[in-house]
Design a protein around this ligand. Structure first.
Ligand SMILES: CC(C)(COP(=O)(O)OP(=O)(O)OC[C@H]1O[C@@H](n2cnc3c(N)ncnc32)[C@H](O)[C@@H]1OP(=O)(O)O)[C@@H](O)C(=O)NCCC(=O)NCCS
Length: 148
């Protein structure tokens, strides 16, 4: 039987290295882009949440504090599920796991910039669209938020 587990992974760990490969494959290569060392170093103090299926890392997301704006706001970013495992509920499980951690840690709002193709995914998880569409990494995005 398949064993699914979500957990925080440590920046620089072996699991982290696998998560970078996954993010590169899912989020960057299809756009002809890659991460720079500076992009990755800037994430040392962000929270890296991974989902595993029988010990294999199959998804990742990051939560970033927004201390300049408010101590109670997090930004969710870099949400990626391995293509072989998409549309099977793993992304929803991982988002809900990270939200539970955010609530227990005293945060009360998560914001994110959703790609058009992922808007329905976040709507299903009760995120609301705010503002107008804008371009990020050359593709249309919209800001979405969820209050706790
Ligand atoms: C978006 C993503 C994280 C969702 O994770 P997932 O595990 O595939 O999603 P779940 O199985 O939990 O939820 C599926 C629901 O989300 C929506 N959804 C997910 N991917 C979608 C897509 N590409 N297009 C439209 N709807 C999508 C659908 O409503 C779907 O429900 P359904 O299966 O009943 O139709 C994942 O598909 C992914 O990594 N996509 C590529 C990278 C990406 O777009 N990341 C988000 C950047 S903002």
């Amino acid at each position: 039987m398949s064993k699914v587990e979500c957990k925080l992974i440590e920046f620089g760990s072996e699991e982290y290295k696998h998560s970078i490969e996954l993010r590169r494959k899912v989020l960057r290569k299809p756009l002809g882009l890659d991460f720079t060392p500076n992009d990755l170093n800037a994430e040392h103090d962000q929270f890296h949440f991974a989902i595993f299926d029988n010990g294999i890392l199959i998804g990742i997301l990051l939560l970033k504090t927004m201390k300049d704006i408010s101590p109670s706001i997090l930004k969710m970013r870099q949400v990626a599920i391995d293509p072989e495992y998409q549309s099977k509920g793993f992304g929803s499980i991982l988002v809900r796991f990270s939200e539970q951690w955010a609530i227990e840690s005293g945060f009360n709002l998560i914001e994110l910039n959703a790609r058009n193709t992922a808007v329905q995914f976040y709507k299903n998880l009760d995120y609301k669209e705010i503002g107008n569409e804008f371009l990020e990494v050359n593709i249309p995005h919209i800001k979405m938020i969820k209050n706790f």
